[in-house]
Write a new protein. Structure first.
Ligand code: NAP
Length: 277
């Protein structure tokens, strides 16, 4: 699996999301996460929010005995993100995940606690060896600027944001800001949270044409497009066929003509505030 630098680690460009996995059959979830890891999608993204901790527990079961093969990411809720609250939330996540450290810990979205407090909590966790790096999620440019005022250059590893073919808002300002400041972009909901491009829409036909030419699926083409030049994407897949398809998408090479056709079919639209789920 192709990797890129994320907070100093070599991380697969495609990973495994876990939102809503508590609604799937537990056996299927465990099998999906293990298959993803086996296929090189070792970037496993979870959060204390998901299933109110139930998903972290499932991830913990899935990675038991193979923790060292996983790039493990979780997130603290903004309502917990005081300095002390961040430390306590991380301890709860570690317990559910059955591990002594996270590779990356994210503030899930900007909240009511001053950023300096959350940053102090993150730094204390790094110092204690509980997390290797930390980052943020759902941060628009004004949030990133506020964060830059209380952090060192290079300290924030990533900004995890909504990004897929039909939602390209980050390309206007957030992605350029992150690029200029060495903050990696991690695309969440890269397949539109299950409401993927309608097959008979103009865009759907473009994707189908490229997919047929490359012996791939439209979803694989969409994922390959998202990570073609930079960044990461974390599709959630419980169906084994989806996990396999997503892992293979990392090796799909799109040509300049394909990329231009996709760009025309899915225009980024006007500059707008960062959309979130
Ligand atoms: N930071 C944030 O605020 C935030 C917000 C939302 C999401 N996230 C993260 O991003 C992850 C992904 O986003 P998401 O869960 O919203 O949705 P998504 O990954 O955009 O879409 C997931 C849906 O697509 C299906 N699917 C997966 N691979 C497929 C393939 N190759 N072909 C066809 N269908 C496929 C899945 O089906 P099956 O499951 O049945 O296989 C599921 O129904 C989340 O799980 C979470 O880890 C973060």
């Amino acid at each position: 699996m192709r990797t890129r630098a994320l907070g100093g680690a070599a991380v697969p460009v495609l990973g495994e999301g876990t939102w809503n996995m508590e609604a799937d059959r537990p056996g299927d979830v465990l099998a999906a996460i293990r298959l993803a890891i086996d296929l090189g999608m070792t970037h496993v993204d979870t959060a204390e929010l998901y299933g109110d901790g139930a998903v972290e527990s499932l991830v913990g079961r899935a990675i038991a005995g193979r923790r060292d093969s996983v790039y493990l990411v979780s997130k603290v809720l903004p309502s917990n993100a005081s300095r002390a609250g961040t430390l306590a939330a991380c301890e709860r996540s570690l317990a559910r995940l059955g591990t002594d450290r996270l590779d990356l810990y994210l503030l899930h979205w900007p909240g009511r606690f001053p950023l300096a407090e959350t940053v102090a909590g993150m730094r204390a966790l790094v110092d204690a060896g509980k997390i290797r790096r930390w980052g943020v999620s759902n941060f628009d440019v004004d949030d990133l600027e506020a964060l830059a005022a209380v952090t060192e250059p290079g300290e924030v590893a990533c900004n995890q944001v909504l990004y897929h073919l039909e939602e390209r808002a980050i390309e206007h300002a957030v992605a350029p800001w992150c690029r200029a400041h060495g903050i990696a972009i991690v695309a969440y909901s890269p397949l539109g949270s299950g409401s993927f491009v309608a097959p008979h829409s103009a865009g759907g036909r473009v994707l189908r044409g490229i997919a047929d030419e490359l012996g791939a699926t439209p979803e694989q083409v969409a994922l390959a497009w998202l990570v073609r030049d930079e960044g990461f994407a974390i599709p959630k897949a419980t169906a084994a066929a989806h996990v396999r398809a997503n892992a293979a998408a990392a090796d799909l090479e799109l040509g300049a003509t394909h990329c231009a056709a996709i760009d025309r079919a899915f225009p980024r639209g006007r500059s707008r505030a960062l959309p979130t789920l």
